[in-house]
Design a protein around this ligand. Structure first.
Ligand SMILES: Cc1cc2nc3c(=O)[nH]c(=O)nc-3n(C[C@H](O)[C@H](O)[C@H](O)COP(=O)(O)OP(=O)(O)OC[C@H]3O[C@@H](n4cnc5c(N)ncnc54)[C@H](O)[C@@H]3O)c2cc1C
Length: 431
């Protein structure tokens, strides 16, 4: 109680200072009695004006519009056919690369667009409204491959690989899952034996997005079994390396346009300079990279939900039953009200996680919450969008059945919903 009063007074002082001089940096370095408040409290108070500003910058609005236009003009035509035929959107991904969407957060030094995470999630949201098969390719390339390489790769690796990946000239894949190591990613059976100047990889990876379309693969493999997950390495493998085979394509429920394959490694020789980070850094690399990747998948889920909602809203204004548009039936209007509310809540979680990442704050908790919630909203919203469409919702022409099938994967990959709850509960209980 006493503590609370102290903070209350401090807060008052701080706000007085803020009103007196609104330059944030000046305030931060100014006469605020910092030592008596912990970092979280101080950050919250000092950052409050930023935190409560929900408006997007002009740049963010432009990115939203560019992604929206691209989705309407380039992704929408043929999206049903690509889903049906499980056809990878090669031409569309090439154009996305040319427009700078494949390396959005990569610095210009490595041919990237130099944007923030918020820009990336805004783009992901818009692309996913129309085509989640294309958006997962964008997501893996941006947040698992490019981000991982830029954050943890060395200069040679960045110059050799990142510069190509950031433009979409080549596509990347992130290879952690195995037949017996999914949620329990520590149980890596794939080995990377240390042979002096190179590693020899043996084993199988499962469910790899961009499995065949990629040219650069970030592969996690066990080097020092006795050290458990601290013995895992992350290695850059190139398509075409001897002994590296691509298994058959998975025939999936949703995101059917993306290509998901198993990968087989038979004595694949990888030079030591292709190891990311120190010896044994691989598991940490994977976890840190996935923590950011989750924000991208949360944005994908948000986009799928928003896309289904927009279609349902439009349909409810056009379709008539019992002499009136179905929107006039309260049962339908209330479904739309729920969808709208949940999507807005999901958007706040997703944008906040992106914002925290951009501020250099810890985003493990916010990213997990965003993914957990947005993926549930994607499922709930798409099911209701099909319901609002009645019989038409059950056929392909109206898009919502595809969005419903696509939504499910957001509860599974880059950590299932159950795993997100483990991350969240550990975070709040250990706080
Ligand atoms: C289309 C698709 C694309 C994918 N892309 C990639 C990719 O690019 N790269 C990659 O590395 N992987 C990829 N994956 C793999 C994906 O990340 C895994 O499928 C996911 O992590 C779950 O692992 P699993 O399938 O082995 O399920 P399991 O780990 O066997 O889980 C089965 C069930 O048990 C639950 N469970 C497991 N452990 C616990 C626990 N401790 N507490 C509570 N519940 C638990 C899970 O939540 C799930 O419901 C992809 C998967 C799919 C389907």
């Amino acid at each position: 109680m006493c503590q609370n009063n102290k903070y209350k007074n401090l807060k008052w002082d701080i706000w007085n200072s803020i009103w007196r001089n609104d330059d944030y940096l000046q305030i931060k370095q100014g006469p605020i009695p910092f030592p008596v408040i912990d970092r979280r409290v101080s950050l919250r108070y000092y950052k409050k004006p930023d935190l409560m500003d929900f408006s997007l910058s002009e740049e963010h609005l432009m990115i939203r519009q560019a992604a929206r236009d691209f989705a309407q003009n380039e992704l929408l035509p043929g999206v049903i056919e690509r889903d049906e035929a499980q056809k990878f959107p090669s031409a569309q991904i090439k154009k996305l690369g040319e427009l700078g969407f494949m390396g959005m957060m990569v610095g210009p030094k490595y041919n990237g667009s130099g944007m923030d995470t918020l820009s990336y999630v805004i783009a992901m949201e818009e692309l996913s409204k129309i085509d989640a098969s294309a958006s997962v390719v964008v997501s893996v390339n941006n947040s698992l491959v490019c981000w991982g390489l830029e954050a943890f790769g060395n200069e040679e690796q960045k110059n050799k690989y990142l510069t190509q990946l950031a433009t979409g000239a080549v596509i990347g894949a992130f290879c952690l899952s195995e037949p017996e190591a999914g949620s329990d990613a520590t149980s890596q059976k794939t080995t990377a034996l240390d042979k002096g100047d190179h590693y020899v990889i043996n084993g199988t990876k499962n469910w790899i997005t961009n499995g065949n379309s990629a040219s650069v693969y970030l592969v996690m493999a066990q080097t020092h079994k006795e050290k458990g997950h601290k013995g895992i390495n992350a290695l850059i493998v190139e398509k075409g390396m001897a002994g590296f085979e691509i298994g058959p394509k998975e025939n999936k429920l949703g995101i059917r346009g993306s290509d998901t394959h198993s990968l087989i490694f038979n004595d694949v020789k990888v030079p030591k300079e292709n190891r990311i980070g120190e010896d044994g850094f691989g598991f940490k690399f994977a976890m840190k990279t996935l923590a950011g990747g989750r924000i991208g998948i949360a944005a994908q889920a948000l986009g799928i939900a928003a896309g289904a909602y927009e279609l349902a809203l439009k349909y409810s204004r056009e379709r008539k039953a019992f002499g009136t548009e179905i929107k006039n039936h309260q049962a339908i209007a209330f479904k739309l009200a729920d969808m709208h509310t949940q999507i807005e809540a999901a958007r706040h979680l997703v944008y906040k996680a992106a914002w925290e990442k951009d501020q250099g704050l810890n985003y493990d908790l916010s990213g997990a919450m965003a993914k957990l919630y947005a993926s549930q909203v994607a499922m709930d919203t798409t099911v209701e969008a099909v319901q609002i469409h009645g019989g038409n919702g059950y056929v392909k022409d109206y898009h919502v059945e595809r969005l419903m099938r696509d939504a499910k994967i957001t509860q599974i990959y880059e950590g299932t919903s159950e795993i997100q709850k483990i991350v969240i509960s550990r975070s709040i209980l250990n706080d």
